[in-house]
Ligand binder design. Structure first.
Ligand code: SAM
Length: 248
């Protein structure tokens, strides 16, 4: 009888927001053990941030490292996704499946935690459309907002605070409603949105309550305690805005 090789496991691994020391012991162990790495990258000729961060703790020599492009486009759930994005998920899923079927474990390192605005779950969903049963394990990671909060020594939420986490691509009215409704707001993906966000914060009297952390935990990290100073600057994609209305 020919025994079938067991399918490999897909590991969706949160690797924290950039400082390799913020990778968990479990993330490091899983990444060390996986023979195949799939690293997401935004630009065709660019490098995968996730692979670069992981390389700060894990020796990648001897591993198969594939950096695949996932175009950075706005995804609105419940609508038809951009065909280029869907094609990228599909291509990645087929590549991953081929390795899993050979019995290889595949690691998908992802910035921060996989549960928060990560490509990881789109990849998993696409794989599950190709194959009923996928062996998967999700390894949580330190989120960018947690690292940013720690960096500026400011809590995200305390007591009865209600917190909203927002990918900042929303239109002004929706952003304004959120800023008015919640006690604390974490705005992610703000890097090309500050020209719109700063006037909104000023209008709502919140500009003094906001702090922006750019490239948190990295060599060229920058903190803007006066977010008006971001105007006219080209911020890095790794920028997060924390707003909390109340004092401790
Ligand atoms: C696609 S989301 C990924 C979020 C990630 N999964 C998490 O758990 O934090 C990318 C956004 O995370 C934030 N981010 C990631 N790394 C960061 C860093 N080192 N410093 C500041 N913000 C960061 C930025 O808002 C960026 O636009």
């Amino acid at each position: 009888m020919i025994s079938e090789k067991q399918q490999g496991t897909l590991y969706l691994v949160g690797i924290g927001p950039g400082d390799p020391e913020l990778m968990t012991c479990k993330a490091v162990r899983v990444l060390e053990q996986a023979s195949v790495f799939i690293g997401p990258k935004a630009k065709k000729n660019g490098a995968s941030n996730a692979v670069q961060i992981a390389a700060g703790q894990v020796d990648l020599s001897g591993k198969t490292v594939l950096e695949l492009r996932f175009p950075m486009k706005k995804i609105v759930l419940g609508t038809t996704h951009d065909p280029e994005v869907v094609a990228a998920w599909q291509e990645a899923a087929e590549i991953v499946l081929a390795y899993l079927d050979k019995g290889d474990d595949v690691a998908f390192p992802t910035l921060g935690d996989p549960s928060l605005y990560s490509t990881a779950f789109y990849l998993l969903h696409t794989l599950q459309e190709l194959r009923d049963k996928i062996r998967v394990s999700v390894i949580p990671g330190i989120t960018a907002m947690a690292a940013c909060s720690a960096r500026v020594c400011t809590p995200i939420g305390l007591g009865d605070d209600v917190v909203s986490i927002v990918p900042a691509a929303f239109d002004d009215d929706r952003l304004k409603t959120i800023l008015q409704s919640f006690d604390a707001v974490v705005l992610m993906k703000v890097f090309r949105k500050m020209e719109r966000i700063v006037p909104l914060l000023e209008e709502l009297g919140l500009v003094e309550r906001a702090v922006l952390i750019e490239r948190c935990g990295m060599d060229d990290q920058r903190i803007y305690t006066d977010v008006r100073e971001t105007l006219g600057r080209e911020l890095h994609y790794f920028s997060t805005l924390l707003i909390r209305k109340k004092e401790v």
